[in-house]
Design a protein around this ligand. Structure first.
Ligand SMILES: Cc1cc2nc3c(=O)[nH]c(=O)nc-3n(C[C@H](O)[C@H](O)[C@H](O)COP(=O)(O)OP(=O)(O)OC[C@H]3O[C@@H](n4cnc5c(N)ncnc54)[C@H](O)[C@@H]3O)c2cc1C
Length: 405
């Protein structure tokens, strides 16, 4: 018999277990994996972007920022950093307020989480998939590998649907549904985009820095940001593209998605036209294709000529005002039709999840089932890249652990 059982040894579950056990309660964590924090290990390309200390924290929370307010105030980015620092994990702040372990090793974050839970006496059960849960006479009965375990409070922190090989296979959604919770449609977010025509394959591996990427749906802008993007064998990826994917309206026609790349965001159309006029004057006898490397990476030329519909062999002195206009327009807005996203299994996070209207925002307790708590990515709260999603897991996990205790 435990006071608190936590299902899932990811960031949300480990933090919940720490917070509960720190209050002197008999607490156990069960995870199906052979080790703690399998997804956490992959985060930040193995460096783990733990949280973010920029002043506009909440503008990076895409879904249900208001729900997060209370638990974030009780366990904020600074509380998290202090807890890690106190337990031997030195941290550093990088561009955009992103916080990483000083060692650049996600394994050190996992070690620290394991240490803090061990120090307060949490019992960790690995290789322990939970198959079923029942509630009888005010207790939860949890079906574990070693038979049934009972607890007074149960925290479910089993993550979303992304990267299922890390253990997150959506069990929280099934259980929540069985207990009468509604689950908001599960969608891939922070996920690469697939191009309609396959043209991106030709630019595979090309990274564009300091471009402006705009995503349109139904001819309306849904996202625009300056930054870095990447061409892949199936389409587009990289920071600005991943962020853009979080703003797709799934209740509208996905086939109308259109990506637009502005290669010269620092120049207006007029400034760019004036620069071309000057350059063309000095390169009159060159073919356009031999001048183009001055404007863009060579690998991008295929896409440029395809979109602009201009003969690459044309000599610069033959370029009319109309063709020059098309060159400017293409440089300022190279359009790529998008057919959709890669599947949720390849998404950084799962958007949607357990409806937060049915969860107490201070405690993470279910408003339907007493003493049942949800935390982490299983909830319908999600954010952009930058350490925000881990902070969501830590803040909601902490709130659930404190309240469950
Ligand atoms: C490649 C990648 C990079 C990322 N990088 C970052 C980053 O740098 N910064 C950031 O803020 N976010 C990042 N994220 C997102 C972040 O990792 C997640 O939002 C976060 O891990 C969610 O935490 P969680 O505890 O809710 O769930 P998870 O980390 O998914 O943990 C859930 C745990 O529950 C266990 N479990 C599931 N079902 C059962 C069951 N039935 N029985 C027992 N155990 C079960 C799983 O095995 C798993 O260990 C990244 C995600 C990916 C995929």
């Amino acid at each position: 018999m435990f006071d608190v059982i936590v299902i899932g040894a990811g960031p949300a579950g480990m933090m919940a277990a720490y917070a509960a056990s720190n209050r002197g309660l008999k607490t156990a964590v069960f995870d199906k994996n052979e080790k703690v924090g399998k997804k956490l290990f992959l985060t930040g390309k193995g460096r783990c972007n733990i949280t973010n200390v920029s002043s506009d924290f909440f503008s990076n929370i895409v879904r249900n920022p208001k729900f997060l307010l209370s638990c974030y105030n009780n366990f904020s980015n600074m509380d998290l950093i202090q807890l890690f620092n106190r337990n031997g994990l030195a941290t550093k702040v990088e561009r955009g307020g992103r916080v990483f372990p000083q060692s650049d090793k996600s394994s050190d974050v996992i070690k620290t989480l394991s240490k803090i839970t061990q120090d307060v006496g949490v019992k960790l059960h690995l290789h322990s998939p939970i198959k079923h849960i029942e509630k009888k006479e005010g207790q939860f009965l949890i079906g574990t590998r070693d038979g049934e375990m009972a607890c007074r409070s149960l925290v479910i922190a089993t993550g979303g649907l992304s990267y299922p090989s890390t253990g997150s296979t959506g069990d929280a959604f099934r259980w929540a549904h069985e207990w009468g919770h509604s689950v908001i449609a599960l969608r891939p977010a922070l996920v690469p985009l697939v191009d309609k025509t396959g043209i991106c394959q030709k630019m595979q591996g090309l990274t564009l820095k300091n471009i402006r990427f705009t995503l349109f749906q139904n001819n309306k802008e849904v996202y625009a940001e300056q930054g870095e993007m990447l061409f892949t064998h199936f389409g587009l990826s990289g920071p600005v593209v991943l962020s853009a994917s979080s703003f797709i309206h799934y209740d509208q026609d996905i086939s109308t998605l259109m990506g637009e790349i502005d290669l010269k965001p620092a120049l207006t159309q007029e400034q760019l036209d004036a620069r071309l006029l000057r350059d063309f004057d000095q390169n009159k006898n060159k073919q356009l294709k031999t001048y183009l490397p001055a404007l863009m990476p060579a690998k991008l030329e295929t896409l440029f000529f395809d979109v602009a519909n201009i003969d690459p062999e044309i000599r610069i002195h033959e370029i009319s005002r109309e063709v020059r206009g098309r060159i400017v327009q293409t440089l300022k807005g190279m359009r790529i039709a998008i057919s959709g996203t890669r599947p949720v299994a390849e998404a950084i996070i799962t958007a949607g999840g357990i409806n937060v209207k049915e969860i107490n925002p201070k405690t993470m307790e279910s408003k339907i089932v007493k003493n049942l708590y949800f935390a982490g990515e299983a909830l319908d709260v999600s954010a952009l890249t930058g350490g925000y999603n881990l902070q969501i897991a830590f803040s909601t996990g902490y709130a659930a652990g404190v309240a469950a205790g």
